[in-house]
Design a protein. Structure first.
Length: 227
């Protein structure tokens, strides 16, 4: 089946892409929407510009478009972009968000293509463990919930970070996977990457109780050949 995968550069879409590649889907395109406001309802904002490097690293063509980021209007922008593609299915990284899933399902129905959500309704803890066990290199680039402070920006998601997230989940009810917008991530490497992303320059943008790590400069590095 020919599919397009919605990607933000974050862990959920990157793991969904991994799953469909492993299952033999023909991934024709990666698709990114570039919101013009930080509080987009549907799309990531921090470092969305790095989807170009992400696509180059995985060697899959990227199609993208800008959106105002205004609720519902941004869905029309996504539908307009997807309608130009010759595909049979659209892959999303939805896990538990009914808001996201229902709207993507509706777009797929209107375009007469299949909606594919490889991670839907899976346990957050298991998904994070899978990311760690598969050696995804993922860093936190945005924090927007009580208990997550500036020190979390740039942290890699590993076993130690997972334990810290579990502790915050117990104390404050923070979503482990961050799908409620508690935190956002950036994937620098994954098993299917042909090259890895290396960050060269960053800037922390912090506003009272939340903020993000802006990647100002990055490049691709060759990965060691597997023997």
């Amino acid at each position: 089946m020919r599919v397009a995968v919605l990607v933000s550069g974050g862990k959920d879409s990157a793991l969904s892409l991994y799953r469909v590649l492993e299952q033999g889907y023909e991934v024709e395109y990666l698709v990114s929407m570039i919101p013009q406001r930080e509080d987009s309802w549907m799309f990531h904002y921090p470092n969305i510009h790095l989807t170009d490097l992400f696509a180059e690293a995985v060697e899959i063509p990227l199609v993208k478009a800008e959106t105002t980021g205004i609720k519902e209007t941004e869905l029309k922008d996504l539908k307009k972009l997807l309608s130009t593609l010759d595909i049979e299915g659209i892959v999303s990284g939805a896990i538990s968000s009914q808001y996201q899933k229902k709207r993507i399902d509706k777009i797929c129905q209107e375009l007469n293509v299949r909606s594919i959500a490889p991670l839907w309704q899976e346990a957050s803890l298991q998904l994070l463990r899978e990311i760690i066990e598969l050696h995804f290199e993922v860093i936190i680039v945005g924090v927007y919930a009580y208990g997550l402070n500036e020190s979390w920006l740039g942290k890699q998601i590993d076993a130690h970070t997972l334990n810290s997230l579990l502790d915050l989940n117990r104390k404050f009810g923070i979503s482990l996977i961050g799908e409620g917008g508690e935190y956002e991530t950036l994937v620098l490497d994954a098993p299917y990457f042909k090259k890895k992303i290396r960050i060269l320059q960053t800037e922390k943008v912090w506003k009272t109780h939340s903020g993000y790590l802006l990647v100002k400069k990055a490049r691709l590095l060759d990965k060691p050949l597997k023997t």
